[in-house]
Design a protein around this ligand. Structure first.
Ligand SMILES: *Cc1c(COP(=O)(O)O)cnc(C)c1O
Length: 367
């Protein structure tokens, strides 16, 4: 038996008739870029997240770049990002000509430590990008309060957390702008690349609409220097089908997480924490252990996949060495990079497979 980290083919088989119909509909209509499915999908996401505007773009990375640009971030601005995240969070800041400033993480959630953010704020700080890592929300209330007091924009990187909640409200809808990714492995994944920005701010939405399509509202009349960053009809049609299943998939993810938690409660391993303010959607189920290499080796021998998200904190990535002061600069991010291990969790994972994975982990930790 082999158990992958996720199984997109199994998911397709479960919803094949709906997907095939949606794809055929697009092919028969013959409109492929920013058509009726994209518009409908934007409305459906806006309503799902409880925001007034949604603008689809070509990827989650583009969503971050265009959101930052629409918030006026450029050269001379500092933008605070977590030291432990996917590289794109900081990359987007650099692409705007601004300077990423790192802050450490809370070891319980691996999300931004808001107290450390406050310490890193300067007169040049224009934005902060909380990343709802692994599907768990950042503690937004104190972050939003600080941002309001200082006039700092809050741009949520919600790539991993669609459907997650902070105090009963959907992540992505809490700050000035939320950014989504529909990369195939995300909780709501396309069969290709895709992304979206969501916001309550009509002006930001309007600017992103221009930026994603050559800076124009009316064809051939650019108002600002833009881009080509659009979602296509096929992906939108597929994502509309999948959005209808998202809540039930996220519920299944939570069920599996609960099962892992029960099976591993006696093992000497750090389990994911769900804060009292949070509804976690377990994009990844991430353990913490000092014996990571041994656990991973044992799982591999048994045909069980596992993954490290992420092996390096940003200030250890060659390109971003300058953002830290060597080892010890962001102690919790560094520790997380050494101890985190994601194990298989996806809605189609069967109970007996969950049992097999949990036993393998317990065995590895006993040696
Ligand atoms: C996936 C991801 C992105 C980028 O999304 P793409 O669609 O792959 O460009 C950004 N931030 C985080 C935290 C992500 O997980």
């Amino acid at each position: 038996m082999t158990i992958p980290l996720l199984d997109l083919v199994a998911q397709y088989r479960d919803i094949q008739p709906e997907i095939d119909d949606a794809v055929r509909g697009v092919l028969e209509r013959g409109a492929f870029i920013l058509g009726p499915n994209v518009e409908a999908f934007e409305r459906e996401i806006a309503s799902y997240l409880g925001v007034s505007h949604a603008v689809a773009v070509a990827s989650g990375t583009d969503a971050l770049i265009l959101a930052l640009r629409a918030c006026g971030i450029g050269p001379g601005c500092e933008v605070i990002v977590p030291a432990y995240t996917f590289f794109a969070t900081a990359e987007a800041v650099s692409h705007c000509g601004a300077t990423p400033v790192l802050a450490d993480i809370d070891p319980r959630t691996c999300c931004l430590d808001v107290a450390d953010v406050v310490r890193r704020v300067t007169v040049r700080t224009r934005a902060v990008v909380p990343v709802h890592l692994y599907g768990h929300p950042v503690d937004m209330a104190p972050l939003l309060e600080m941002a309001r007091e200082r006039g700092v924009k809050v741009i949520e990187d919600n790539a991993q957390a669609i459907g997650a909640e902070y105090m009963g409200r959907k992540t992505g809808s809490l700050g000035d702008v939320g950014c989504l990714s529909f990369y195939p492995t995300k909780n709501l994944g396309a069969y290709g690349d895709g992304g979206m920005i969501v916001t309550h701010d009509a002006a930001v939405a309007d600017t992103v609409r221009k930026l994603r399509s050559h800076g124009w509202r009316t064809k051939y009349r650019p108002e600002i220097l833009g881009w080509n960053s659009r979602l296509d009809e096929l992906q939108a049609a597929i994502l509309r089908v999948k959005l209808r299943h998202l809540d039930s998939w996220n519920a299944q993810r939570r069920q599996i997480a609960l099962r892992y938690g029960a099976l591993l409660s006696d093992a000497d391993v750090g389990l994911p924490w769900e804060a009292p303010y949070a509804r976690h959607v377990y994009h990844l189920y991430v353990l913490r252990t000092k014996k990571r290499a041994a656990v991973q080796r044992h799982l591999t021998e048994l045909g069980i996949a596992s993954g490290i998200y992420y092996p390096l904190p940003l200030h250890s990535v060659e390109l971003y060495r300058g953002l830290g002061d060597g080892p010890g600069s962001f102690a919790e991010a560094e520790r997380a990079a050494e101890e985190t291990l994601a194990i298989p969790l996806y809605p189609e994972l069967r109970d007996e497979e969950v049992g097999v994975v949990a036993s393998a982990i317990s065995e590895a930790l006993e040696d």
